[in-house]
Ligand binder design. Structure first.
Ligand SMILES: [Fe+2]
Length: 241
């Protein structure tokens, strides 16, 4: 497999961090300064989430129920939800009610990101359950396959995130992006065909994939299967486009 970088759920190697979180880095080293982790917290555990002063970070809870407390707020999580800490300016504590899994997606801030950040960014902490995310349409995708914007372009420097949900049989047509690195994570209950650059993989629950820029990609969902994934994108820095 050359173009599609792919990590099956069963090949992820977890380690236990000092804060008690079990974490596996998925597809290490795809893009400089970007890390993509899958994390687990056991039911009943309380953990302090990692924070950074010079790295933007998205926490996306993919399964389980928990609540996250900050200095003066509490967020109840009973469905897939985005949480973005206020950098390293306050403590964020996750209280797991059931076993919880979440994605931790981080991007080191380049000088241009810091400039953009100073000029404009959404107020943090940010919390948004999937059911509250904005639904959008796009020409290459039939309406029966629903698309949600979880984090819009430039809300947090060069990071973007969304979800795709639908039933088979159906498909979305090939298209490509000339300025976006893309990662895909299979949510619970999903199984679909992902094609990119003449290659094809089956992406199932818990699997993770990456494609570089300028690669035509498309999905197909077979009868009695579901597509349900979140995508994560990083815009290519200006000088490298
Ligand atoms: Fe795409």
């Amino acid at each position: 497999m050359g173009i599609i970088k792919y990590q099956k759920k069963e090949d992820m190697k977890f380690e236990t961090l000092p804060n008690g979180v079990r974490r596996a880095e998925m597809l290490e080293g795809m893009v400089d300064g970007v890390h993509t982790y899958k994390c687990q917290v056991k039911a009943g555990d309380t953990v302090e989430l990692e924070t950074f002063g010079d790295t933007t970070q998205l926490i996306y809870v993919t399964s389980g129920e928990c609540y996250i407390t900050t200095k003066d707020k509490a967020f109840m999580i009973t469905e897939p939800s985005l949480f973005i800490p206020n950098m390293d300016l306050e403590k964020n504590v996750m209280h797991a009610v059931t076993d919880v899994e979440y994605l931790q997606l981080t991007c080191f801030m380049l000088p241009e990101d810091k400039e953009w950040w100073k000029k404009w960014h959404i107020s943090l902490p940010r919390f948004c359950p999937l059911s509250q995310c904005i639904q959008y349409t796009e020409s290459f995708r039939p309406d029966a396959i629903k698309a949600y914007s979880i984090l819009d372009t430039h809300w947090v420097t060069r990071m973007t995130m969304g979800a795709i949900i639908g039933k088979g049989p159906n498909k979305a047509d090939p298209h490509s992006h000339d300025n976006l690195y893309q990662w895909y994570y299979g949510m619970p209950g999903t199984k679909f065909l992902y094609r990119a650059g003449g290659e094809e993989i089956v992406l199932s629950e818990g699997d993770f994939a990456f494609i570089p820029i300028n690669v035509e990609h498309a999905i197909e969902i077979e009868e009695n299967e579901n597509v349900n994934y979140v995508w994560f994108e990083i815009e290519v820095p200006k000088g490298q486009q």
